[in-house]
Design a protein around this ligand. Structure first.
Ligand code: GLN
Length: 229
């Protein structure tokens, strides 16, 4: 399934997060190292970030492979942000391949990405989904319930669809929230800030794996883990 990543900390360029590291998201789009479901993430990508003095996030999404975007490769070194969320997509069978199905989704305040799959028939109808794609429907439900209820929503949806994989990643410009439910997530904290990523983008020994079925919360004060069982 997809790979996603978020940053909270000192401003850094989109390229330093998404393109430059040896196993950056762009490399994970064709050669992920820890992906158990799917092989390549070539069905689209998205990057969202906060710019100074603008409360709402900016987004750039596409339904084409990240490795083919010369325009993004040109702009990414020139854009820096203290809060970034990015994803590359491997569409679940039957889901549309379109820009509006690529994460991050937004309600104008939060950015949200889903790494996994869910049976859409178990999801209560929620207004404002950007696509019929399962991840967009799930994002609409999370926005409707409130992102602070992320852990509760994942527990409830996981109970309704025991085969669901529900790794979610959200950012609002000042903090990050993430769940592990069926897929991998790693965290790297340094003096400059914190990265959450489906898999490490380099071999830095400080990456720590988050155990399954946990809620992770990142603020400028640090990283908190909560058991979701
Ligand atoms: N189910 C979602 C989609 O089809 C996410 C897939 C994924 O995690 N690869 O886009």
């Amino acid at each position: 399934m997809c790979r996603h990543l978020a940053w909270l900390g000192r401003p850094r360029s989109l390229a330093s997060l998404v393109l430059d590291p040896p196993s950056a998201l762009v490399v994970q789009s064709y050669a992920p190292r820890r992906q158990a479901h799917g092989t390549v993430n070539a069905d689209g990508w998205g990057v969202g970030w906060w710019a100074a003095d603008r409360p709402e996030p900016a987004r750039w999404r596409s339904a084409t492979p990240l490795w083919g975007s010369a325009s993004f490769a040109s702009v990414a070194p020139a854009v820096a942000s203290s809060c970034v969320l990015a994803a590359v997509r491997s569409a679940t069978m039957g889901m549309p391949i379109e820009e509006s199905a690529a994460a991050p989704f937004t309600d104008g305040r939060w950015l949200l990405s889903h790494n996994g799959r869910v049976d859409r028939t178990v999801l209560p109808a929620s207004p404002g989904a950007e696509s019929v794609c399962d991840s967009a429907q799930l994002a609409a439900l999370v926005f409707h319930r409130g992102v602070d209820s992320l852990g509760d929503v994942v527990r409830e949806v996981g109970a309704a669809d025991p085969a669901a994989r529900l790794n979610l990643l959200a950012a609002d410009g000042t903090r990050l929230l993430a769940t592990t439910w069926g897929d991998t997530l790693s965290v790297l904290s340094t003096d400059a800030g914190t990265v959450l990523a489906s898999e490490p983008y380099d071999d830095d020994a400080r990456w720590v794996d988050v155990p399954d079925r946990h809620l992770v919360s990142v603020t400028p004060d640090g990283v908190c883990l909560e058991d979701l069982q």
